[in-house]
Write a protein that binds this ligand. Structure first.
Ligand SMILES: Nc1ncnc2c1ncn2[C@@H]1O[C@H](COP(=O)(O)OP(=O)(O)OP(=O)(O)O)[C@@H](O)[C@H]1O
Length: 237
């Protein structure tokens, strides 16, 4: 579904990702682990088009998409939930979710039915959003804002979700909820997920495959079982 080859990404005069290769299959949950500053967020942003044209190849659903805008990526079915959440605090929950829906470029003719369908699904996964429907997002807690951010991404109707540290700042029980949600999205929607996460144990429990990143490079690929068993792999990391 997603293939990234020899991707270089960074910021003006700050090269960060130096030739990364990774893939995510259909319906697969892939975790990306690495220390602070390893380049995980930069890799996610680079492949999703946040950083403009980055050298390297990105293929999504067998289509070359390197250099596509984030809007174009979203329309094709890839959505990023950024670490900093990216919600609009002065808008209500409803308005934030509607923005997610419109970002996916659904034609007017089918918009109402499609919106209703996606919204019902998202609220099924994230019932809190319905309870806070007309509240300004800036008045919600950090965890609740994270739910809005994920809900907004779901309204875009993605087949691949890029989740950048979705559990940042969340209480342990909410981290479990987020991991359970990721598993549910795969089981019930067939969604693919690329997950950056510091809660390694909880992320391993839902992941099919894992990449380890260090110094801007992917240094190893493993299954959760291999990672759990091998002290050597952790030493690499
Ligand atoms: N906007 C920016 N401008 C310049 N340098 C940046 C910018 N954002 C990040 N960096 C640098 O890029 C490097 C990688 O950062 P990145 O956020 O990709 O790491 P990360 O692995 O996601 O870390 P963390 O787990 O702490 O989120 C860091 O050295 C950071 O200082």
């Amino acid at each position: 579904m997603l293939v990234v080859e020899d991707l270089h990404a960074g910021y003006p005069n700050v090269p960060v990702v130096a030739g990364a290769n990774l893939s995510v299959g259909a319906g697969e949950i892939v975790a990306l682990f690495g220390h602070n500053g390893a380049g995980k967020s930069t890799l996610m942003k680079g492949l999703f088009g946040v950083l403009g044209r980055c050298p390297g190849r990105v293929t999504f659903d067998e289509r070359p998409v390197a250099g596509f805008s984030t809007r174009a990526m979203t329309r094709l079915g890839m959505t990023l939930v950024p670490q900093e959440r990216g919600v609009f605090p002065s808008l209500t929950v409803k308005e934030n979710l509607q923005m997610g829906f419109w970002s996916s470029g659904v034609g007017r003719a089918t918009a109402k039915a499609e919106y209703d369908k996606r919204l019902a699904r998202a609220l099924g996964y994230l019932p809190l959003l319905e309870q806070r429907w007309n509240d300004k997002v800036g008045n919600l807690s950090g965890g609740q804002q994270q739910m809005v951010s994920i809900g907004r991404a779901l309204l875009a109707g993605p087949s691949l979700l890029l989740l950048d540290e979705p559990s940042t700042g969340l209480a342990p029980n909410l981290v479990d909820d987020i991991m359970a949600l990721i598993g549910q999205l795969r089981e019930e929607e067939g969604m693919s997920v690329l997950l950056v996460e510091q809660n390694v144990g909880q992320a391993l429990a839902v992941s099919d495959r894992v990449y380890l990143m260090k110094g801007g490079q992917i240094i190893h690929e493993a299954t959760p079982a291999e990672l759990a068993e091998s002290q050597n792999l952790w030493a690499l990391f």
